[in-house]
Design a protein. Sequence first.
Length: 209
Amino acid sequence: MSHLLSARVLVFWFLLLSIPLQVVAEAPRILVLGDSLSAAYGIEVRQGWVSLLEQRLAGKYPHVVINASVSGETTGGGLARLPALLQQHQPSVVIVELGGNDGLRGYPLNVMQQQMTEIIEKSRAAGATVVLVGMQIPPNYGPRYTNRFRDIYKELAEKFGLPLVQFLLEGVATEAALMQRDGIHPTAEAQEKILDNVWSVLQPLLVKE
């Protein structure tokens, strides 16, 4: 009888200890597929807008954030990494913050648009809602290129019916005090504003606990 009781106690504690792990495993995931602007380039990771997003969600929303952003990433690089990320994390939301490096390097915009299209299609095929984050590049690339670059995000959002953050660095890029010395990457002080730009589009998609 004592052996039977001990076995039941062990089973009880096993089930009890497994509950938190199951809850974490089933928590909806937000995958951030981005470049240096989401990888907290030049500042501490905990200061970046993605880390601030985790803090804002904590205790209010059940979501877990996976930051798959890599400094220097292009749409081609993001597309290549995406299948493995989708399989591993099975996100419910994919935030796509890419294209800036394509533009700064003068890559063909038709190629960039096609690669963004494939990122969107693969994410949606995996059951994720895609949030598209718009970017802009400096005017010294010429009006034809810069305008076309900016318009790609709007066109993709309209084509696929996606929530669109018009410009990640809205209210930041034109403020010298909020940009690092390279003029490309925002400071730690700018991250809350960047998060607000994303949050206004992301928050309506989330379900509170």
